[in-house]
Design a binder for this molecule. Structure first.
Ligand SMILES: [Zn+2]
Length: 294
């Protein structure tokens, strides 16, 4: 966890005009996360239910085919399909890569109906409450996240320098972040999750309106949780899990984990303690996406 100073005025990407920028809202990037798409459907049926805001909003379902099938994705994760190299590779014809190309052609910064900011609305089975995921350290993203943290106190997961996971949707827009809400099972709509999603989105739009008016209120400090690594379950030689998340760790996202704390429970009922991977040292870490179904 790192606290960083925030400078007012850092929120406007160079060479862009926020006054003219549309805002892209994406729901259902993962087809089995149903809460944000449920809101979009309600707003399409009755636009008066949309969040009150004088920004021009463009709503898109990220992966309609996966949503229809009730699956996270069909051929590859759409939210790992936005690598510029992959998008430019004519040989990459997976359904999700083509969908990424279509979203960019429609609403990318150089698309037919261009948007400058993208909010990608997700849910998680982990007990993370409302949180933000920011990819890399673009000043505009950090300013937006700081404005939201100042309003709602949301924790921010800064995902960067992970060679295994790349190609996130919001990275292709000049400014954007992911709003994660949980816990909710995949394929389930719950009123509290709908409300949390709406609250975070309303706050995000309020921050953008402040920024456009030149009145962005930023907290003095920005607290970031840096991605360190992904920890897998303990496994047998054949790859089968030989343990589960320890009951004393389940549901404790955003809470510190110290070396020696219970982390897994083996098949034999033995507690397996957190043993820091090489390079992490003995400092506590703050686990997120604990036991996430995906
Ligand atoms: Zn998701």
């Amino acid at each position: 966890m790192v606290a960083a100073e925030v400078r007012a005025g850092a929120g406007q990407p160079e060479g862009t005009s926020p006054a003219k920028g549309k805002v892209l809202l994406v729901a259902g990037t993962h087809g089995n996360e149903l809460n944000a798409p449920w809101l979009f459907d309600a707003w399409q049926r009755d636009p008066s239910r949309r969040p009150a805001c004088d920004l021009e909003l463009v709503l898109a379902i990220g992966n309609p085919a996966a949503r229809a099938a009730g699956r996270r994705y069909l051929e590859r994760d759409l939210n790992r399909s936005f690598d510029p190299d992959r998008l430019a590779d004519a040989g990459s014809r997976e359904l999700e890569v083509d969908r990424a190309r279509q979203l960019l052609a429609d609403h990318g910064p150089a698309g037919a109906d261009p948007c400058l900011v993208a909010f990608d609305l997700h849910s998680t089975t982990a007990s993370m409450g409302n949180s933000l995921v920011v990819y890399g350290q673009r000043p505009a993203d950090l300013a937006l996240a700081a404005g939201l943290q100042g309003r709602l106190g949301l924790p921010i997961y800064l995902h960067e320098a992970d060679a295994v996971q790349t190609g996130y949707l919001v990275e292709r827009w000049p400014c954007g972040l992911v709003i994660e809400v949980g816990p909710v099972p995949q394929g389930v709509v719950q009123p509290a999750i709908l409300q949390q999603t709406r609250l975070a989105l309303e706050a995000a739009l309020a921050v953008l309106m402040e920024a456009r008016a030149g009145q962005l209120q930023l907290p003095r400090q920005l607290v970031l949780h840096h991605h360190l690594c992904s920890l897998d379950l303990p496994r047998h030689g054949d790859g089968a899990p030989r343990g589960v998340i320890h009951p004393r760790r389940q549901g404790r996202d955003w809470q510190p984990l110290h070396p020696g704390d219970p982390l897994f429970l083996s098949e034999a009922g033995e507690t397996l303690a957190y043993d820091p991977p090489a390079g992490l040292g003995l400092d506590p870490v703050w686990p997120v996406f604990i036991n996430e179904a995906a």
